[in-house]
Design a protein around this ligand. Structure first.
Ligand SMILES: C=C(O[C@@H]1C=C(C(=O)O)C=C[C@H]1O)C(=O)O
Length: 139
């Protein structure tokens, strides 16, 4: 085996490992995106019901659970805790922004509408009736 062969084998192994790393990074991004979709909905729910953006009791339970999962997965629990705290801090920042946004009044509730579900549709119909002569029985 020449030096060149060794280099090629090392290069091939490095490439194989990096392909897996790229796949894992893509999965992490997709999982984080899904998590943020859920937490955004939690943020809207909290804002609409005047709940605080942060829930320290829930966070303590999550951290304890994640530390145990990390230990059994042979991942440093302190790292797992730091990562979760980093993500949660960003989520709380989003929740504060949502709470400060006037778009989150109960009238524009996107999760659990308080107005009758047909209210918007009937408004749209009335608007169409008043502007579209074909929609009016007198036309
Ligand atoms: C998502 C929530 O809001 C905050 C963010 C959390 C998270 O990202 O897991 C956990 C608790 C809250 O401080 C929640 O209350 O469930």
């Amino acid at each position: 085996m020449t030096t060149r062969d060794i280099d090629e084998n090392v290069r091939a192994e490095l490439n194989r490992l990096r392909e897996s790393i790229d796949n894992i990074d893509a999965a992490v991004v997709h999982m984080l995106a899904e998590r943020f979709k859920c937490t955004q909905q939690v943020g809207h729910l909290k804002a609409q019901h005047h709940l605080p953006p942060a829930d320290p009791d829930r966070e303590s339970r999550q951290i304890e659970r994640l530390r145990q999962l990390a230990e059994s997965a042979k991942l440093d629990p302190a790292f797992a805790e730091k990562l979760l705290n980093f993500i949660i801090a960003e989520v709380i920042r989003h929740h504060e922004t949502i709470a400060a946004s006037p778009a989150d009044s109960p009238q524009t509730d996107r999760i659990a509408p308080k107005t009758a579900p047909n209210a918007a549709a009937s408004t749209a119909t009335n608007t169409a009736a008043s502007t579209d002569p074909k929609a009016s029985p007198d036309a």
